[in-house]
Ligand binder design. Structure first.
Ligand SMILES: [Fe+2]
Length: 281
């Protein structure tokens, strides 16, 4: 697949996050991004990506103090899964200040601003009245909701799938990957997503598909997987940010006239997705 088939967006550098505009070269690229649920975003100049990458690389050292970050439930903490190639340090926004160094917590807040700009672009296109955006997005569009900032490593010496085919459950995922391996499903076939220097990878999740489903412009949740790696560098590093609704909240489906067309608790939606995933494997 050619690079040019994946649309590329830029963010204007207005410092007020609610004014930042996401733009594509032409309307067709925006349409394709919304249909795929996937695009590249030119890395904003002010994002301190290099120091975040360095933090990520240092994490896997056997003497790294971050290995001691405790696990909170299944999703947070320093986690090494035995059955695949993944090791990660994962934390939700509320714990960034406690466990991440200050510059990484600040980096997370910069990703919050990017996530908010993206979800506002989706809601703008959807036609859902602005007064309902906070409600529709489970608080995320106005700076609430849940966000995770995770540093992930795939150890390529372990033979297994990097990550099986899935859709993300939340709204928007922002990914910085140091090596190829990511594939997305386009028209029923998996295609490589090349690492494009100077760009982040953005993908849309199920919750974003859900809240736009009855609007003027629904978006897709992209199915993706990470191939087992055999690169020259035995560890593939990634920084992943997940923009989610409040996990104990509700999601609402509005149409462009502001009428409610459906709703679900986040719990129920995610449980439904989980059972679908289990059945297809
Ligand atoms: Fe994913």
């Amino acid at each position: 697949m050619r690079n040019s088939q994946i649309p590329v967006a830029t963010l204007s550098d207005d410092s007020a996050s609610t004014k930042r505009q996401l733009s594509f070269i032409n309307p067709e690229d925006l349409d394709r991004a919304w249909d795929l649920g996937f695009f590249y975003l030119e890395t904003p100049d002010e994002l301190d990506l290099e120091s975040a990458r360095q933090f990520g690389r240092e994490l896997i050292a056997t003497d790294s103090p971050y290995r001691q970050v405790p696990q909170y439930g299944e999703l947070e903490g320093f986690i090494a899964l035995e059955n695949n190639q993944q090791t990660k340090l994962a934390l939700r926004r509320e714990r960034w200040g406690q466990h991440y160094p200050a510059h990484i917590a600040a980096f997370g807040r910069q990703l919050d601003a990017i996530g908010i700009a993206i979800i506002r672009a989706v809601l703008r296109q959807s036609g859902i009245p602005k007064a309902l955006w906070d409600c529709a997005s489970g608080g995320y569009a106005l700076g609430g909701g849940e966000a995770f900032l995770n540093f992930v490593h795939y150890d390529t010496r372990t033979p297994d799938w990097g990550l099986r085919p899935h859709t993300d459950y939340g709204f928007v995922t922002i990914l910085d990957a140091s090596a190829p391996g990511l594939q997305i499903e386009i028209s029923g076939e998996f295609a490589d997503v090349p690492v494009l220097r100077g760009h982040l990878i953005i993908n849309f999740g199920e919750a974003l598909n859900f809240i736009t489903a009855h609007s003027d412009r629904a978006v897709s949740a992209v199915t993706h997987r990470v191939m087992s790696q055999q690169s020259s560098d035995p560890v593939r590093h990634g920084i992943v940010y997940f923009a989610n609704p409040d996990l104990d909240g509700m999601l609402w489906q509005f149409d462009a006239s502001g009428e409610e067309q459906g709703n679900s608790s986040v719990d129920d939606l995610f449980a439904q997705l989980e059972s679908r995933l289990t059945k297809t494997q």
